[in-house]
Ligand binder design. Sequence first.
Ligand code: URA
Length: 435
Amino acid sequence: MTEPFNAVDVIVAKRDGRALSGPQIDWVIDAYTRGVVADEQMSALAMAILLRGMKREEIRRWTAAMLASGDRLDFSDLGKQTVDKHSTGGVGDKITLPLAPLVSVFGVAVPQLSGRGLGHTGGTLDKLESIPGWRASVTNAQMKDQLRDVGAVICAAGSGLAPADKKLYALRDVTGTVESIPLIASSIMSKKIAEGTAALVLDVKVGSGAFKRDIHEAAELAETLIDLGVAAGVDTSALITDMSTPLGRAIGNANEVTESVEVLAGGGPSDVIELTVELAREMLAGAGIRDVDPSAALADGRAMDQWRRMIRAQGGDPDAPMPVAPHVEELRAHRDGVIGRMDALGVGIAAWRLGAGRARKEDAVEASAGIYLHKTFGEPVKRGDVIMTLHTETPNRMQGALDALAEAHGGEGAVHISTEASRGPIVLQRLRTHE
Ligand code: URA
């Protein structure tokens, strides 16, 4: 086959700051998926995009080309509204676990295609796989049946969904090109549009544990994501939420499931409850449902009933005891005061080194590895109090995790005890709300 373009010309155009044409973009994505554009060429192009940026029109076309590289699910005959949530990723972010069953209580279908963790941010599938028997992989037909019968499904994206993104994301991960807004936005939205949801709520994280540390950059990412969703006919809204402190007290896999179940049982940490309820309201508004109180469904057990059905439908045992790590280390307060810093990035890296995350895609995670925060930002401590407990299945991982905590925040440490500190709101900004 004669190729209509040359990869080097496309790279040079972007390197020199020119906008790529629609046909150039269609070709380069398709040719990369076919293996005609080589990894090293796509790496150079990704770096040029990171450095030079892309106009909205280019990002839309890039997203459409990635979408066209694979299958598209269709839930239009389900007889229910579909609405999904996507988080740009954070530390202790287990919100999907209580949120999907909670929203489904109100008769809305939640098709939640999720990923695995890479680097310091956790992955929803890794967390759920710590439940004995639970399967991440379901066929498209099973997914539809579960949405019809139960109302919520959290599962892995099939290999046919946006294959161009699978290849490109793995390449970006090893070429220092993850942080580009056009590349992040097109990667996320090509998968979400392919998933076939009618409405989408984005939880765009900002802070040390997130892709974006600056609220203006987070807002730019959110606006780009919304633009792509709306252009593709997905009713998209976004919240910008704080990720400078880990969410909740549990960071890991099994321990995050346990904390999510506490929330579903009407308890749990206040920040996890607050964000779950805020996102549930926004998702329900996206499905046209406004006069309901999601927190009532957490308090009265309806969300828990949905959770149990959802876990069972994928082979999991919701009553099975969760694994417990045999090796434990405690970090104690060296003086009285208030926790004035609990750095999300430092805690995330420590949990990752304990075995909760993976260094390479093919690595396994330790289900019971992680961190439990007995004290978090804004809470008083007395000298000698346990601030956090570190858990691992592999004792020689412990020192690396302790080092990560000590080296965090420019060497000042992940934890700081000060004289006063109080936690602000979790939701920092709302963009194009459904409410
Ligand atoms: N999540 C994605 O799916 N893609 C990105 O590029 C970043 C986060």
